[in-house]
Write a new protein. Structure first.
Ligand code: URA
Length: 234
């Protein structure tokens, strides 16, 4: 059971003040009858709530897939640069989603956003050992020795990169796929630099078994499907 105003402020973009006004105007209907008070108790699992005739589905958490464009920071706010949360459609902004992990400002591709702290924690946990797959374009061709170098892991000043997979496009060895299970600062770029190559373009194309939806245009956001969430055991 929960208060009607809490239910509506969790599940819609209405403020508490707007909800009180809607209730006064008899625009909020619970199980077919106009709600008398904004603080009435309802059962969020059973009661049918409509606002202005539109049914409201209760939910507290959202899970979004963004095809991140270049030029956006993986943050909720910033004084100078645009942030990924700016790309969330207005009707979902009230859920206050934040990015799960980070992509560099100039990196594109798959970024998840949620307002569920536990989901974020689970995905970021090192024991989860979740592989992230990147497509990269390099300034120089990758070589079979680079595959060994990546597979051996690498020592950096502040961290040790675990063994990573490098796949080289047989048609064009400047195009590679890199899979890492961690996400240390600039990790893919730094591992490529260690192999003597600069990354000119970087895009994340999968997190674990979740692939970036090829039909999702760059800069667009959509909700994860129940099947996609199940890939993370959620
Ligand atoms: N590795 C990088 O170097 N940059 C990213 O954005 C992600 C992984």
């Amino acid at each position: 059971m929960m208060r009607l105003d809490k239910f509506l402020s969790d599940a819609t973009a209405y403020s508490r003040k707007e909800i009180r006004t809607l209730v006064k105007r008899r625009a909020v209907v619970v199980n077919g009858a106009a709600a008398q008070n904004a603080d009435m108790k309802i059962d969020e699992t059973k009661d049918a709530v409509c606002v202005n005739g539109v049914p409201v589905l209760y939910r507290k958490f959202i899970y979004l897939m963004l095809n991140k464009p270049q030029g956006f920071l993986s943050a909720t706010e910033d004084d100078r640069d645009p942030v990924v949360v700016d790309l969330v459609p207005d009707e979902l902004k009230h859920f206050a989603p934040f990015p799960v992990g980070r992509l560099d400002k100039d990196t594109e591709g798959l970024l998840l956003l949620t307002n569920d702290g536990q989901f974020d924690h689970e995905l970021m946990s090192p024991r989860k050992n979740l592989y992230k797959r990147y497509y990269a374009e390099l300034d120089l061709p990758a070589t079979p020795e680079d595959i060994q170098l990546f597979a051996a892991g690498m020592e950096f000043k502040e961290f040790t990169a675990k063994p990573a997979r490098l796949e080289i496009d047989p048609e064009n060895p400047r195009k590679v796929y890199v899979e890492i299970s961690e996400g240390k600062f600039h990790q893919v770029k730094r591992m490529c630099e260690r192999a003597g190559k600069n990354v000119l373009f970087l895009k994340r194309i999968a997190i674990g078994s979740l692939k970036l939806d090829e039909n999702l245009e760059c800069g667009k956001v959509r909700e994860l499907t129940p099947e996609e969430l199940a890939l993370f055991g959620w």
